[in-house]
Design a protein around this ligand. Structure first.
Ligand SMILES: [Zn+2]
Ligand SMILES: [Zn+2]
Length: 500
């Protein structure tokens, strides 16, 4: 789309191409515009409340707005909408205003039908959300704020452990304060529940809250729980193909990726699994959170395995921390033990599984319990599975497996006894009675954090609070040593005796 310049009594402003009445020779791309302000607010203009709800706090392309252009434009002329450049060029460097990308190799140019220019540059990094190019305006609401609705009211009647209570109390105190806080909670600590009271307090104060996670399955799992706990908040869940926000929600659950479609929207942002792939605590995630949060926001990061950078900030007292070192059921974390298994990768190449691991598999299947066996690569996983597949109790799953969701469901139901997997299942899946083995824990793919998360799959239920974790290796790595040390440190901090 191009714009023309129009004169009003308040000055000269933009007019989108479809609304230019006479053929105007001076149509231009927004990239050439220097007048990106909005006319002053006209208090007697009657706002479209649907548009106001849809656009408040958001940062969207025209194509993403289900409203006609003349309606958008009348709101612009009356001071409620801002047209912004999608791509900024500053000192010969491009920067995407939606996703913050400034890596010059992630920009490309094309001959553009919309702005009729030979070289129209666009951002490749966020293209999956619809192309932002130099001639694409990003639209933002700058008009009056929506009327606050009563959205508070917590309908959750579970009980919190002493540690959870303390954490919940500190989160409540932080809400409404401009601060950052890390909740460093061990796997299985019950970190969702400790957020409830803080969120309730935020909603009572009329604040807007977002819980963001790097992973879609976390959002879809949390959504029904939050909907039930906050029946008046009109909870919205945004992920993948579900990016529309049609109700005036004060509580939004969103993948971190979807945060790029917000600007100055949230007073409180909780980032779950701040260390998880694909958004480790890197610049992209930081940009997304910075953009979606209001200036004086409360930011709460949740992690069982924070990055070294975050731990460093904690040590230098640059980041407030709440430790929850005990699981919700009060039992210690299962401490992994090491078992030497010989040159496992060489054996796998010969289509053989190390005998200690074979023995372990046999014992597990005989015990009637369920187990995960983690394998470093998809190729090695396929080898192990091809050797074991005669046994109907064993199945395998990896990231590009089309039946992935189905298999995990069957494992949860107990129809599969042993699931061979890559690190894709290091987080998220909770099965009550489970043991865990890692074949080749000395492989590079098993970072210290990955090994801590993997160990965290065992002993999660109160009926079966223990569980065995074995790292099968051909030489201990520092990642293995530090994973074990970290788990023992948590147990010590929680005042719990470690079993091994
Ligand atoms: Zn971008
Ligand atoms: Zn263009």
């Amino acid at each position: 789309m191009r714009f023309a310049s129009i004169q009003t009594e308040k000055g000269s402003f933009l007019c989108p191409e479809p609304l230019v009445e006479i053929s105007n020779p001076s149509l231009f791309s927004i990239k050439h515009s220097t007048m990106l302000t909005t006319p002053s607010i006209n208090p007697s203009f009657s706002l479209d409340s649907n548009l106001q709800t849809y656009l408040s706090g958001r940062h969207l392309l025209i194509d993403e707005l289900p409203f006609p252009i003349d309606q958008l434009h009348s709101h612009y002329l009356n001071g409620s909408i801002l047209y912004e450049k999608g791509i900024l060029l500053n000192k010969n460097r491009y920067c995407c205003q939606r996703c913050g990308n400034d890596d010059q190799t992630l920009f490309a140019s094309f001959s553009c039908f919309r702005c009729k220019e030979e070289q129209c540059t666009y951002c490749r990094k966020c293209i999956i959300m619809g192309r932002v190019s130099e001639c694409t305006p990003l639209i933002r609401w700058v008009g009056p704020a929506r009327d606050k609705e009563l959205s508070a009211g917590l309908a959750w009647d579970g009980t919190l452990s002493e540690l959870q209570k303390e954490a919940s109390q500190r989160i409540c105190e932080a809400v409404g304060e401009p601060k950052e806080m890390l909740v460093w909670a061990v796997c299985g600590a019950g970190k969702t529940e400790i957020l409830f009271e803080g969120i309730e307090r935020a909603l009572r104060l009329g604040l807007r809250v977002c819980l963001a996670s790097p992973r879609t399955d976390v959002i879809t799992e949390l959504y029904p729980r939050f909907e039930k706990a906050f029946p008046k908040a009109g909870v919205a869940a945004l992920y993948g193909g579900h990016s529309e926000l049609t109700s005036p929600s004060s509580l939004v659950l969103s993948t971190t990726h979807q945060l790029f479609r917000f600007k100055n929207a949230f007073d409180v942002i909780v980032v779950d699994e701040v260390d998880a792939f694909p958004f480790s605590y890197d610049r992209t995630l930081k940009f997304a959170v910075d953009k979606a949060a209001v200036d004086q926001s409360t930011r709460i990061y949740l992690s069982a395995t924070p990055s070294n950078k975050m731990k460093q900030r904690v040590r230098s007292q640059n980041l407030e921390v709440i430790h929850i070192s005990k699981r919700f059921h009060g039992y210690p974390l299962p401490v992994p033990h090491y078992k030497w298994c010989g040159n496992w990768s060489k054996l796998l190449k010969k289509q053989r599984i190390p005998s200690v691991i074979r023995q372990w598999i046999k014992e597990k299947l005989a015990s009637g319990r369920q187990a995960f066996l983690f394998v470093p690569t998809i190729e090695q996983l396929d080898t192990v599975y091809s050797i074991l597949k005669e046994n109907p109790e064993i199945d395998s799953v990896h990231s590009s497996d089309p039946d992935r969701i189905e298999k995990i469901k069957r494992f949860r139901k107990g129809e599969i006894k042993m699931l061979l997997t890559t690190t894709i299942l290091e987080r998220g899946v909770t099965v009550p009675k489970i043991d865990v083995g890692v074949l080749g824990s000395d492989h590079d793919v098993f970072s210290s954090n990955a090994l801590v998360q993997i160990a965290g799959r065992a002993g999660r239920s109160v009926e079966d609070p223990y569980g065995e974790v074995v790292y099968f290796h051909f030489g201990k790595t520092s990642a293995m040593v530090s994973a074990k040390r970290e788990i023992q440190n948590h147990n010590r901090r929680a005042g719990l005796v470690t079993r091994r």
